[in-house]
Ligand binder design. Structure first.
Ligand code: XBP
Ligand code: MG
Length: 254
């Protein structure tokens, strides 16, 4: 099948946003609200098993703070905490603290030049996607993506396939015409369940995840002066980076 589109996850895939971005913003929002909740780097890794910030707060309170007496309007408290967190997180991105991962800009530019369509499928809030693209890629980067599927646009977040179904429907493409890019097991399960082949780029939070079924697992996408390692998948000889010919080859492989 001919490659028509690349569909990217955001957090962990385009940039390492979790440890020094989302986590920091959650903690600041909790502190500002007078709550003694603090998510250290290790705990946050465990909390990442739940996608979506509001869902993650609920999970934390249920699992780790059984002592906490929930107010009757707990859902609205979570919603308020979460919007404060979004403000703090987008503020962090405005200061350019989180760069794109190696190879991301190159791959996006190559795809644009080759007329391959671009899309995003993520559980994160739309404002977070806009801020990352504007501040870490280029001010008009949102226009590079034909479809940005994000956050609560679907009710069932990853690992459910809903966000990928939504994006494919809006692109009017079949899964066999696209490649997905993910960094986590939840992301891979979501893309796979929608019938998409998936490239995995690991990070410190996800390197031990189960990536069976991925088209390839890389430590990053690679740059000409910073080649990447194939952790599993088609065996590459020598230095490599992920490029369109390899993506096309993986899409057409049985
Ligand atoms: C990303 C997430 C997001 C962010 C927080 O998962 O799980 O929830 O951590 O985003 P994926 P919000 O990369 O698999 O899409 O707080 O805006 O929900
Ligand atoms: Mg991710």
């Amino acid at each position: 099948m001919v490659l028509k589109a690349l569909i990217f996850d955001v957090d962990g895939t385009l940039a390492d946003t979790e440890r020094d971005g989302h986590r920091v913003a959650f903690n600041q929002a909790f502190a500002d609200a007078g709550l003694d909740w603090n998510w250290d780097v290790d705990l946050y890794g465990e909390l990442l098993t739940v996608t979506g910030g509001k869902e993650r707060i609920h999970y934390y309170v249920n699992r780790y703070r059984p002592d906490y007496e929930k107010p009757t309007d707990f859902d609205s408290l979570v919603a308020r905490l979460h919007s404060a967190k979004t403000r703090l997180y987008t503020e962090l991105l405005r200061h350019g603290v989180i760069p794109l991962r190696p190879g991301v800009r190159r791959l996006l530019e190559d795809a644009r030049e080759a007329g391959i369509r671009l899309a995003i499928a993520t559980t994160t809030t739309p404002a977070n996607v806009s801020a990352l693209l504007q501040h870490s890629l280029t001010p008009d980067a949102e226009s590079w993506f034909e479809v940005i599927g994000a956050g609560d646009v679907v009710t069932a977040k990853k690992p459910a396939p809903d966000i990928y179904h939504h994006v494919l429907q809006r692109l009017e493409l079949l899964p066999s015409q696209c490649m997905a890019f993910e960094d986590s097991e939840n992301g891979l399960r979501s893309a796979q369940a929608a019938g998409l082949k998936t490239v995995i780029t690991i990070n410190d939070y996800t390197r031990a995840h189960d990536f069976r079924g991925a088209a390839i697992v890389l430590d990053h996408f690679g740059e000409p002066d910073m080649t990447c390692q194939v952790l599993s998948g088609p065996c590459m000889n020598g230095d490599m980076m992920l490029d369109l010919p390899l993506i096309r080859k993986m899409l057409s492989d049985a």
